[in-house]
Design a protein around this ligand. Structure first.
Ligand code: NAD
Ligand code: DAU
Length: 335
């Protein structure tokens, strides 16, 4: 298989690139990434000399460059991870979310269709379904009702992807996963942000009253699910991905502090996110029943591994949080 992975330098994409090269050593993988603030080549250290791996710095909205690459490489499959992914940033600056997440997806779809790609997987999110109350969970039939500019841009992309199946019979799948955690996650997201603050003995900012609930999945379980969909997903189908690990943000903060032997007094309540979705929960029975996927990590194991990874990779963390990250943190959290 010759596989194009876009956004493969970011958190989930880089985990997926490693996973594919390890599990399918005969596959050729090309990783296209624009190296935005979230794309860190240190995430893929060690792969530089792998003969089946190529990195290309390019933007998915750059149609001419994307087309040249498809013409040259003869891909048979595409997995699109490339996106602006942070809800808070989308609230302050929606433009780039529309450009990358929607228009970039259209460029990929057009080009993939033109060059006869046999399977295109769009990596989407449970946030397209909007927000749940105290019970119930999202199925693939839940109507989409995105609430942030980020989730609206991802939902728009999903609709475009779906339309290429309905209109052109182009073989797509859409995956909608819940909140990922694990190695290489940029510390603007809750778990690595808390981890980084704890090691610097700084307060942990919890939005609102901390009762919002997220459904957590270890990143490697997400990679294995995308693998199943890439190989066996039925064209045109959507697959939810989640591993039944719901926790309120406050519970999560306490668990992490406990694991790191840090005091709960570090928890600090800060103004709530605008339009903050209350709860996400995924019903993943379709991918389990139809594609035989199961999550392998319990939350306890995954969180321990994540904490250990960050503490054993302080150089990575120090590089990531220098420079721009400090400016972002200062501006955003002084609201
Ligand atoms: P991330 O922000 O860590 O990585 C995004 C990557 O995309 C970066 O390497 C960045 O350089 C690249 N990129 C951004 N704009 C680009 C462009 N115009 N052209 C080419 N590359 C570009 O994101 P992540 O958390 O790894 O998420 C990856 C995908 O998974 C996204 O599509 C996101 O919506 C989806 N997703 C994320 C989660 C989660 O919990 N993080 C859950 C479900 C779905
Ligand atoms: O559900 C999937 C989505 O999960 C992905 O599509 C997104 O790309 C990914 O960023 C993530 O979105 P969230 O907004 O849920 O993740 P985040 O880590 O930003 O926030 C998790 C929860 O923690 C949310 O309820 C907001 C809260 N939070 C977040 C930060 C950064 C805080 O209380 N304090 C914080 O400082």
């Amino acid at each position: 298989m010759k596989l194009l992975i876009t956004g493969g330098v970011g958190f989930i994409g880089s985990n997926f690139v490693r996973y594919m090269l390890q599990n399918y050593p005969e596959y050729e993988v090309v990783n296209l990434d624009a190296l935005t603030y979230a794309g860190n080549l240190e995430n893929l250290k060690g792969l530089e000399n792998n003969p089946n791996y190529t990195f290309v710095k390019a933007d998915i909205t750059d149609r001419a460059t994307v087309e040249t690459l498809f013409k040259k490489e003869n891909f048979d499959t595409v997995v699109n991870f490339a996106a602006e992914s942070h809800v808070d940033r989308s609230i302050n600056n929606p433009d780039v979310f529309v450009s990358t997440n929607i228009m970039g997806t259209q460029v990929l779809l057009d080009t993939a269709k033109k060059y006869g790609i046999q399977k295109y997987v769009q990596v989407s999110t449970d946030e397209v379904y909007g927000s749940l109350g105290g019970d119930g969970s999202f199925t693939e039939n839940t109507p989409i009702a995105p609430n942030s500019p980020y989730s609206a841009s991802k939902a728009s992309a999903d609709l475009l992807v779906r339309s290429y199946y309905k209109t052109y019979n182009f073989p797509i799948n859409i995956t909608r996963c819940s909140n990922n955690y694990g190695p290489y996650q940029f510390p603007e997201k809750l778990i690595p942000l808390m981890l980084n603050n704890v090691r610097e003995n700084r307060p942990i900012p919890i939005y609102g009253d901390g009762q919002n609930v997220r459904d957590w999945i270890y990143v490697e379980d997400h990679s294995r699910a995308v693998d199943r969909v890439l190989h066996d997903g039925i064209p045109g189908e959507i697959y939810n991905i989640g591993s039944n690990n719901e926790h309120s943000n406050l519970e999560m903060a306490k668990m992490l502090l406990n694991l790191m032997d840090a005091p709960e007094s570090l928890i600090t309540f800060v103004p709530d996110r605008k339009g903050h979705d209350f709860r996400y929960a995924i019903d993943a029975s379709k991918i389990r029943n139809e594609l035989g996927w199961e999550a392998e990590y319990s939350f306890e194991t995954g969180l321990k591994e994540t904490v250990n990874w960050y503490l054993n990779n302080l150089d990575w963390l120090n590089h990531v949080v220098s420079g721009d990250y400090r400016n972002y943190y200062k501006t955003y959290y002084s609201r």
